[in-house]
Ligand binder design. Structure first.
Ligand code: CP
Length: 293
């Protein structure tokens, strides 16, 4: 891996290698990268991705150059390209970027340092996808034949797009659950009723209802969404003993998932966040090593 813009950049072998390296790192197996400068440029809000990248970078001994859009020259109108070229010029070796524009990284092809995509609008979220895959792999040790349901605001979800592509390529059977207004028929997935599949799936991946990407008209009350598409206590009780529940978070408690289930035995929601640090260490180490060759 020399950079990471989209999960499409990675072969199946590279995905498995990234997961296995993350698991090795989780068990203490990693070296320091002390001479590396990195900056995290987040043009959209984030808690998990930004903070776990920063933990990953510090664990690897990297120098983290602080960057906040509100106090940077972006507020004077500096372009994304000029901002990134500046970071390259002052000595950054790698940039982690989240930006609201889909495919923003295509305008950065003139840079000589690698970009790791922390999310591009409703496009891709490859590091979230890889930490989700790590969490599934730790549970089952494989992807082939797993039954996965991705449920919620598919249309606006970069997580759904990345995970559908990767899981399907790795041999899982992936179905979508979504209200008609949030279905995306550019993705070649089957839509099902959650109540028809809930007792037969291995992974129940819930998506956040992305209010910030909707027009102002509210389509659902909390209760109608939760009853139609959410993980209610009744649905949780129908899951197989071995099934797991994922959610990229932040969670709208009582909407995508009943409040009492966020830390229930089948939930891996906080484990996903811990795995995010190891996955991002794995990605950073590979990108740095492969750009030094
Ligand atoms: N899952 C995720 O990307 O969370 P943040 O928006 O908090 O980074």
């Amino acid at each position: 891996m020399k950079y990471l813009h989209s999960i499409t950049d990675l072969s199946n072998e590279a995905i498995i290698e990234t997961i296995q390296r993350a698991i090795k790192i989780k068990n203490g197996g990693y070296d320091q990268l002390p001479d590396v400068f990195v900056s995290n440029l987040f043009f959209e809000n984030s808690t998990r991705t930004k903070c776990s990248f920063e933990v990953a970078e510090r664990e690897l001994g990297m120098h983290v150059i602080p960057f906040e859009t509100s106090t940077s020259s972006v507020s004077k109108g500096e372009s994304l390209y000029d901002t990134c070229k500046t970071m390259e010029s002052i000595g950054c070796d790698v940039l982690v970027i989240r930006h609201p524009e889909r495919d923003y990284y295509k305008q950065l092809e003139g840079l000589n340092i690698p970009i790791i995509n922390g999310g591009d609008g409703s496009g891709q979220h490859p590091t979230q996808c890889l930490l989700d895959l790590m969490t599934i792999y730790e549970e089952y040790g494989k992807f082939e034949g797993l039954k996965v349901v991705i449920c919620g605001d598919i249309l606006n979800s970069r997580v759904a797009r990345s995970n559908f592509e990767a899981l399907t390529r790795l041999g899982a059977h992936v179905q979508f659950v979504a209200p008609e207004i949030w279905q995306d028929h550019t993705i070649d997935a089957e839509y099902v009723d959650i109540d028809d599949v809930i007792n037969d799936i291995d992974v129940c991946m819930l998506l956040r209802v992305q209010h910030e990407r909707h027009d102002s008209k509210s389509h659902f009350t909390k209760e109608t969404y939760h009853n139609g598409y959410g993980l209610t206590i009744e649905r949780y009780n129908q899951l197989k003993e071995t099934a797991i529940v994922l959610h990229p978070a932040p969670v709208n408690r009582g909407v995508e998932i009943d409040d009492s289930l966020v830390e229930a035995p089948k939930s891996r929601i906080f484990k996903q966040m811990s795995n995010g640090v190891y996955t991002r260490m794995s990605i950073l180490a590979q990108v740095i090593e492969n750009n030094r060759k």
